[in-house]
Design a protein around this ligand. Sequence first.
Ligand code: GLN
Length: 487
Amino acid sequence: MSPSLADLTIRQLQSELKAGNISPVDIVNDVIKSIEDKDSEVGAYLSINSEDAITNAKEADISKPLGGIPVSIKDLINVKGQPCSCGSRILKDSYTSTYDATVIKKLKEAGAIPLGRVNMDEFAMGSSTENSGIQITKNPWDFESIPGGSSGGSAASVSNGTAIASLGSDTGGSIRQPASFCGTVGLKPSYGRVSRYGLVAFASSLDQIGPITKTSEDAAIILNTIAGKDQHDSTSLDSEVPDYLQSLNGEIKGLRIGMPKEYFTEGIDSGVLSSVQQGIQTLNDLGAEIVDISLPHTEYAVSTYYIIATAEASANLARFDAVRYGNRVSDPTNIIEHYRKSRAQGFGEEVKRRIILGTYVLSSGYSDAYYVKAQKVRTLIRNDFTEAFTKVDAIVSPTAPTPAFKIGEMSNDPLQMYLADIFTIAANLAGICGISTPCGFTTSDNGKKLPVGLQLLGPALQEATVLKISDAFEKSTDWHKQRPKQI
Ligand code: GLN
């Protein structure tokens, strides 16, 4: 198959546009054609919005920062006039967004075109996109493997060359982990850096929207557009947004990068470990100083997260009562039955499990033992990072302990699935930023190449630091340039 404009980065397309070699309509047409040619196998898209996209492309102003660039959008970010199902049967075919999320408003103002909705684990709960109530999404590198989750459709679309870039959301790893499984770049901004207005809430104290892209440079371009204070989200931070592109100067000499000993223990796949170690060596060769550090409360991160996230989810998902939002059953005999049957029918297993767990940890008599205690442990985890960042500028680790696993391999073992986020979850609890960038490959049982991601964590609001390091890494490696060649 001949190379398509859909395989290019935002930066490459911008130079082609400026040189007059292509038009925004060419880009949108190529992306739509790639989706038609390649997405039936992978299943990243839930819907595409071709007509509007072509109209927008005809009017696009290429002097704007994202003029004429189409972007795929995770199915829990509201785009006015488009369906928003959060990967759930409870909303499927019944909800159309009545407004733009702030990130969408900003993307549109910068000239970008929201082209289609991409699949996800239902309400962002999961690590494989298998919890989608709508369809399975496959990993473009190996159709027998999952793309990661919950932003699996975002990562798969960028990796497969059916999206230029995508917006995802990360509550415990959902941008970084699928980015690593699909060989793309995924940036989770610090809590409050990007407005959550118009993002359907899973766990409000942890959720952040961020880009999944082919390079860190593209992630910086998108962050430049979406970051900043928003009067519609009181948790968005009123802190100046630097020009993130300016930090990408390749200069990482003298930066101190910490290796937490708790993140390099047994249980990491050997192929993942060797790629990450080689990646760390590259950072060292580029002049960064690698420092041993400790994050002593790491072992409590997963359990703390699953108390706080489920507690918040149980409250946030109350709105899907089939009165305000959600498909309703046709013939309930009374209002209680209406709620019970509509929710029982509309929500999938994992969502129900979490609502039950979250309600339990908040219930009177138990909340001190679970919810309140988890909040205290969260402070200890946050303090670990504050302490570490007095010694280092950033922290390096694998993004996930394994490469993408097989479809169905973990679906009956939720605890095992929860451990897929062991290295990503603490950043959300601490509110800091993190990025995953490709650092190598390992081989799956069926002989397919599977990408490995290197995670870099930075202090709150220091996205410029992690972007600078990952960009320097990408400039001296070519892992991020490799694309799956299945079709
Ligand atoms: N996998 C984690 C979970 O299931 C994180 C999900 C996310 O970041 N949205 O909760």
